[in-house]
Write a protein that binds this ligand. Structure first.
Ligand code: BMA
Length: 370
């Protein structure tokens, strides 16, 4: 019976025209979570991520409360909050460098600061997600060093023991994420992102799909079963893709993924509204098949100096038609590398309008997530 309902949904999905909002009921209600020993809060986060998309998309930014344009480390500050009065609902953090035992990440942010911002966001009711631009384990070069490495760290590889020590460092960090009640803070961990492109040593072209899958499965089983880390939801996220097959090329199996993501930035060759809409429709389709929440895990128009209405005319148009659970723009590093709004930027007024849309969820209008 379920098969027929699913088929109906799929037919309905394909028969809907682009301009019509697509609201698709979730019919496959079997709940699955990667870690069946996940803490109650982590479990609740996944349940609520699935349902929040009926209300709207949580909006956020990488490193938003740690720094922004012209400031670093100020208390209770975020460029998003300065522009619209509210903190992001989803907060992104980067732990590249943790594997080396460093006290700062590759962007020179202190892990102690990252930890305290994660805990603070959680205690305010917000959600945190973590990326890992891991060094190349075969060469000790950075994440962009494309020398083949995945085959050296999976079980049987010459750097496998070294990789286990790297994961020990990640586990140590995850296990220090505790609130004042001694509860673990859940995080959405998004390792080995943008796998469909060849930008990183773990991307397509630099490893086979079998190697990537072995790496993904080992990483999860080691953190979960060997190290006993139970405050993680796992996010599988590609770069832009054209087909479902391409998206699922590195798929490790339904039982190894909690959330489906795509990173899709506005780019010169693109009509963002159309192209990103197509992508999120594809993601939504796969999300229904897999019964998992979907997210636009990275997006933005870098250094926007000429599209004053990008937020409402481009991004919002995508978000209002697709049940995306969250959307995150990358960091405001400096005036030559920013993705979010800031006071005085060209899109400030439009961002304020965007933030007031009933489809956009910031920290102040987040339902209880845990
Ligand atoms: C990338 C860039 C890099 C940065 C990395 C990790 O997208 O912003 O400069 O080192 O993310 O934060």
């Amino acid at each position: 019976m379920k098969k027929y309902i699913l088929l109906l949904v799929v037919i309905c999905l394909f028969s809907c025209k682009n301009e019509n909002p697509v609201i698709i009921p979730i019919t496959n209600d079997k709940f699955t979570i990667v870690d069946d020993k996940a803490t109650e809060q982590t479990h609740n986060l996944l349940v609520n991520l699935k349902s929040i998309s009926k209300k709207g998309a949580m909006f956020g930014q990488q490193c938003s409360t740690l720094y922004g344009l012209g400031w670093y480390g100020d208390k209770n500050r975020s460029d998003i909050k300065t522009v619209c009065g509210n903190y992001p609902a989803i907060n992104g953090w980067e732990i590249g460098g943790i594997e080396l035992g460093n006290t700062i990440n590759l962007d020179k942010d202190k892990f102690d600061d990252i930890r305290s911002h994660i805990i603070a966001a959680y205690q305010r009711g917000g959600v945190n997600t973590i990326t890992w631009h891991a060094n190349n384990p075969a060469t000790n070069g950075n994440a962009w060093d494309k020398t083949q490495a995945v085959n050296t760290i999976i079980p049987g590889g010459i750097n496998h023991e070294k990789y286990k020590m790297w994961l020990d460092k990640i586990a140590d960090f995850m296990l220090t994420l505790k609130d004042s009640n001694n509860h673990f803070v859940p995080v959405l961990f998004r390792p080995f992102h943008e796998f469909s492109g060849d930008g990183f040593w773990w991307g397509k072209g630099n490893c086979t799909s079998e190697e990537y899958i072995a790496l993904w499965k080992f990483t999860i089983t080691y953190l979960r079963d060997t190290k006993g880390v139970h405050n993680i939801l796992y996010v599988y996220s590609s770069d832009i893709v054209n087909t479902q097959a391409q998206y699922l090329d590195f798929w490790p199996g339904d039982e190894y993924v909690d959330v489906l993501g795509i990173d899709a930035y506005d780019r010169p060759s693109w009509n963002f509204e159309d192209n990103c809409l197509q992508l999120t429709r594809l993601l939504n389709h796969i999300g229904i098949l897999k019964n998992k929440p979907i997210a636009l895990t990275e997006t933005g128009l870098q250094n926007n100096t000429n599209q004053a209405s990008w937020w409402t005319q481009k991004l919002l148009k995508v978000l209002i038609t697709q049940p995306v659970s969250y959307v995150m723009v990358w960091r405001n590093e400096n005036t030559n590398d920013f993705f979010g709004p800031y006071p005085g930027c060209i899109s400030e007024a439009d961002f304020l309008k965007f933030s007031k849309s009933d489809k956009i969820i910031l920290e102040n209008n987040l339902p209880k997530m845990y």
